[in-house]
Design a protein around this ligand. Structure first.
Ligand code: ADP
Ligand code: ZN
Ligand code: ZN
Length: 740
C-alpha cells in the first residue's frame, strides 16, 4: 500500500494521507500536485511525502495528477517545510509561496500559436491564384516557419487562403508551444570576463574553492559601491556553470532594471557557455512568469535573476546563490509567510549544499555580526574597481539657530553654490529627498490643527499638482482646504510644513531657471517606460539635475554626476525603530555612491538637523566598521538584533478595547507557554508606533530571545489554539523588518 501525505491548498495547517491508486503509482511522486476528495469537494494539494502506513483512518484515494509531475523539487519542498516552521505560518501558505500562481493553475499555461511551414515541392505544382502565390512566397521566405498571425499581417491575406494552400498540400499548419520572452525585443551584445583586481581575485578564489569543496558555505562580500562585486558574481556563476550547476541571483526589486538584467544576459547569452538567463520579477505577466518558471524547471535556463521570490526557483542542481544588496529591506515579505529572502537563501544553500554569497556596501548588522563570529566568511573589496576615489562628503548643519531670521531654507548656501558650479562646468547633479508630494503636512499656525488621515494616525501630504491632500499609507485623498478645518478656528492662515520632492522641484526651477530639472518618484512615474526615458535622458545629458526619492538612490551609474545633494538626511533617523540609524547610514552611503563614478572626483552635500549623529558622521567618513562597532554596542545593551532575535505579534481591529483586551489575554497565555525559554524578554502589549492604520487599531507584543527556532516552534503550538474575539486579527512576524 502506498500512501501519499498531501498538503491541501486550503487553510488547514495540517497534512492529510491519501491512498495512491496503482495506475498513478509511477507518477505520484513527492512534489507532484494532485486532486483529492475532501469532504464533499475535490481540492488540489501537493504530495509532500510518501509512506507505507498511516495513522489516519478511512483513507480515500488520489483522483488524478494535476499539471506537470514533480513540479516542486524535493529540496524546495524541504525548504518550504522549514519556511512554515520557522516563520510560524501554515504549511499550505508556505507551499503556495514557493510556487507562483501561474504555475499552480490546473491547466498547463503554455500558449499555443499556429505556425505555417512549407512542404517539399510537388512534382506537378497546382495552379495558384496570384493571392495564393503571394502567400506561398511569403512562407518560403521565412524558413523554417512563420507564425500565422505574422503571415497574415505581412500579406494582408485571410486565413482561408492559407488553409487552401494546406489543402493543396503545399504548406503545413501546426499549433506549437510559443514561449513568451519578456526580453525578446532587446538586442544584447556579448560581454567578456574582466581581468580581476587583487581583492576581487581573492574573493573569487575563496568562492570557487568552496564550490569545488562541495558542502556549501556562506560568504559576506563587503565591497564599497563600485568595487566590482557584480564582476565577482558573474565569474562565480561561470564557475558554477562549468561544474554543471545553476545559479540564482537575487536583486532588490527596485534594482532589477533592464540595465542590471542586461549585465547578466550579455555575459551568458552568448559564446561557449551559452545558457538562458531567466528573469523573475513582479512586472511579468502571468504567462511570462509561467514560461520563465518552466524554462528553469526543465533545466533550459540555468541562471535565474530575480526579486525576493526567485529564491524558490526550481534550479537543480544548484551551485550558487547570490544575494546582492543583502541589507535591503525589500527582501522581507510583509505578508504571510513573512520570510526574509536573504535568510531563506542561506537555508536553501544549506539544504542544497550550494555556496551562498551575500553582497553589500553596507551589510546588515545581522550579516556582519555573523561574519565576525565566523558563521559566514568575510570577503572585502575596499577600493573602487576603477581606482576612482570615494566622494568627499560634507555635512551642512541646518539647525534653525544658524538661520535666525527666516528659518532654514530648502537649499543651504553650500549646496546652491555646488549646483551652480556643476551647471557652469556642464556636469550633472543628483538631488535626493525621500519624501514625495509638495508639503509633508498642512498645519494651522493659529490653533495648531494638523490635517490628519481619517483612517490612519498620520498627517496628510499636500500634492500641489492635483491640489489634494493624500495619505501615503491608505491612499485616502481629499481637496486641500483653504481655511483651517477646525470649525472653531477657520483661520485662512493655514500653511504647509515639511518639504516633499514636488516643492524641491519648484525651488530648483526658481533657483536655476536655465537648468533642465527632472523629478523621479512614484508620482511622476506611471509606467515602466517613463523610468527608462528619464534615465536615458539623464545619461545623454538632456537633464542637468535629477531629483528623486529612493528610486534614484541605488545602483545607477552616471559618470558625469559629480555632485549629490541630500536635502534632509535626518528623515528616517528619528523613527521609533531600533534600525533607524542603520537605515540612515545605509541610505547616505548608497546615495553618496552615485557621485564621482567618472573622471572627476565626486562631492556629496548632506544637509542635516542632527549633524553630529553617529550614523551621519560615520557615513561621512565612509567608515563602515566604526559604525558597526558603535551600533552593535547599542544593540547589545538593549538586546536588539543581532544581539538577540525578535518576534513581533500585531493585533488589529476596529474596536480599540477589543484589540487591547485580546493582546492582554494573549500576553498572559504566552507568559505561561514560553516560561521555559530562559532568555525571553516579553514586552507589551502596547499601541504600535503607528497606532491606527486603514481604520484599524493596532497593538503589539514584542518577544526577544537568542533561541528563535525554539520560540517559533512554541509559538506555532500556542497560535494553533488561539480563539481571539470576533473582529480582532493577529499576525506573527519572525525577525521583523517593519516595526511600525
Ligand atoms: P559594485 O557592484 O560593487 O557596485 P560594479 O560591479 O558595478 O560594482 O563595478 C563598478 C564598475 O567597475 C563597473 O563599470 C565595472 O564594469 C567596473 N569593473 C569591475 N571590475 C573591474 C575590473 N576588474 N577591471 C576593470 N573594471 C572593473
Ligand atoms: Zn486653526
Ligand atoms: Zn490613511
Amino acid at each position: 500500500m502506498v500512501i501519499a501525505q498531501v498538503t491541501l491548498e486550503m487553510a488547514l495547517r495540517k497534512e492529510y494521507d491519501y491512498l495512491v491508486p496503482p495506475e498513478l503509482a509511477a507518477t505520484a511522486s513527492v512534489g507532484t500536485r494532485v486532486k483529492v476528495p475532501f469532504g464533499h469537494r475535490q481540492v488540489v494539494g501537493c504530495i509532500t511525502g510518501l509512506a507505507d502506513q498511516s495513522t489516519q483512518t478511512a483513507l480515500k484515494s488520489i483522483l488524478k495528477i494535476v499539471g506537470t509531475p514533480k513540479l516542486v523539487t524535493a529540496k524546495v519542498l524541504a525548504l518550504s517545510r522549514w519556511l512554515g516552521e520557522y516563520y510560524c505560518c501554515a504549511p499550505e501558505l508556505a507551499l503556495k509561496s514557493v510556487l507562483p500562481q501561474s504555475v499552480r493553475r490546473e491547466q498547463d499555461g503554455w500558449r499555443e500559436r499556429l505556425y505555417v511551414m512549407v512542404l517539399p515541392a510537388h512534382e506537378s505544382p497546382p495552379k495558384l491564384t496570384a493571392r495564393q502565390q503571394e502567400v506561398l512566397l511569403a512562407v518560403q521566405a521565412h524558413p523554417p516557419q512563420v507564425a500565422m498571425q505574422e503571415l497574415l499581417r505581412l500579406t494582408g491575406a485571410t486565413a482561408s487562403v492559407v488553409r487552401r494552400l494546406k489543402e493543396l498540400g503545399l504548406v503545413e499548419i501546426a499549433a506549437k508551444k510559443d514561449e513568451r520572452d519578456p526580453y525578446a525585443r532587446e538586442t544584447i551584445l556579448p560581454s567578456h570576463p574582466l581581468p580581476l583586481h587583487g581583492a576581487q581575485e581573492q574573493a573569487l578564489a575563496a568562492v570557487r574553492g568552496a564550490m569545488d569543496a562541495g558542502g556549501g558555505g556562506v560568504f559576506l562580500l563587503h565591497g564599497v559601491t563600485g568595487s566590482g562585486k557584480t564582476e565577482v558574481y558573474l565569474q562565480a556563476i561561470a564557475h558554477a556553470l562549468s561544474r554543471g550547476q545553476g545559479a540564482i541571483v537575487l536583486v532588490p526589486e527596485i534594482s532589477l532594471t533592464p540595465q542590471t538584467v542586461e549585465r547578466f544576459k550579455s555575459r551568458f547569452g552568448h559564446g561557449p557557455q551559452q545558457t538562458l538567463v531567466a528573469v523573475l520579477h513582479s512586472h511579468l505577466s502571468e504567462g511570462e512568469r509561467h514560461d520563465e518558471w518552466h524554462k528553469i524547471r526543465e533545466g533550459r535556463a540555468r541562471i535565474v535573476i530575480g526579486a525576493r521570490s526567485a529564491i524558490f526557483a526550481p534550479v537543480e542542481p544548484l551551485g550558487l546563490v547570490v544575494v546582492d544588496e543583502e541589507h535591503e529591506t525589500s527582501y522581507k515579505q510583509e505578508e504571510s509567510p513573512r520570510y526574509h529572502a536573504r535568510d531563506v537563501a542561506v537555508m536553501r544553500g544549506r539544504l542544497e549544499g550550494a555556496v551562498v554569497v551575500l553582497g553589500s556596501a553596507t551589510p546588515s548588522l545581522e550579516s556582519y555580526h555573523n561574519a565576525q563570529r565566523g558563521k559566514y566568511t568575510l570577503l572585502e573589496l575596499p577600493v573602487r574597481a576603477d581606482d576612482k576615489k570615494l566622494p568627499v562628503v560634507r555635512v551642512v548643519d541646518m539647525r534653525p539657530e544658524n538661520y535666525k531670521d527666516k528659518g532654514p531654507p530648502i537649499f543651504s548656501q553650500r549646496l546652491k553654490e555646488g549646483i551652480l558650479q556643476r551647471l557652469d562646468r556642464r556636469e550633472q547633479v543628483i538631488i535626493f529627498l525621500n519624501r514625495r508630494g509638495y508639503a509633508t503636512s498642512l498645519q494651522c499656525p493659529k490653533c495648531g490643527h494638523v490635517c490628519g488621515c481619517p483612517n490612519c494616525s498620520l498627517s496628510l501630504t499636500y500634492h500641489r499638482h492635483e491640489g489634494r491632500l493624500r495619505c501615503h499609507l491608505c491612499g485616502h485623498a481629499e481637496p486641500a482646504p483653504r481655511v483651517c478645518p477646525n470649525q472653531a478656528c477657520a483661520s485662512p492662515a493655514i500653511r504647509f510644513a515639511g518639504v516633499g520632492t514636488e516643492r524641491v522641484e519648484e525651488t530648483l526651477r526658481q533657483l536655476f531657471p536655465r537648468a533642465t530639472v527632472s523629478r523621479m518618484d512614484s508620482d511622476t512615474l506611471r509606467r515602466k517606460e517613463d523610468y527608462r526615458r528619464i534615465l536615458g535622458d539623464f545619461r545623454t545629458g538632456k537633464i542637468d539635475i535629477l531629483l528623486g526619492t529612493q528610486m534614484i538612490a541605488k545602483g545607477l551609474h552616471f559618470p558625469n554626476v559629480t555632485l549629490v545633494g541630500i536635502v534632509h538626511a535626518d528623515m528616517a533617523l528619528h523613527l521609533p525603530d531600533f534600525r533607524a540609524g542603520e537605515r540612515t547610514f545605509q541610505l547616505l552611503t548608497q546615495v553618496a555612491g552615485r557621485a564621482g563614478r567618472g573622471d572627476v572626483e565626486g562631492e556629496v552635500v548632506v544637509q542635516s538637523f542632527t549633524p553630529h549623529h553617529p550614523a551621519i558622521q560615520f557615513a561621512r567618513r565612509h567608515d563602515y566598521e566604526g559604525f558597526y562597532e558603535a551600533e552593535l554596542e547599542f544593540r547589545s545593551q538593549l538586546r536588539y538584533p543581532p544581539a538577540a532575535r525578535v518576534a513581533l505579534i500585531t493585533f488589529k481591529g476596529r474596536n480599540e478595547d477589543a484589540v487591547a483586551f485580546a493582546a492582554q489575554h494573549v500576553k498572559r497565555e504566552l507568559e505561561t507557554a514560553l516560561s521555559t525559554i530562559g532568555d525571553l524578554i516579553l514586552a507589551g502589549p502596547a499601541p504600535a508606533p503607528l497606532p491606527r492604520a486603514e481604520s484599524l487599531y493596532r497593538y503589539q507584543i514584542m518577544l526577544r530571545t537568542a533561541a528563535m527556532a525554539r520560540l517559533s516552534t512554541r509559538l506555532a503550538a500556542v497560535v494553533a489554539g488561539w480563539k481571539l474575539p470576533e473582529g480582532v486579527a493577529w499576525a506573527v512576524d519572525i525577525d521583523p523588518v517593519n516595526l511600525m
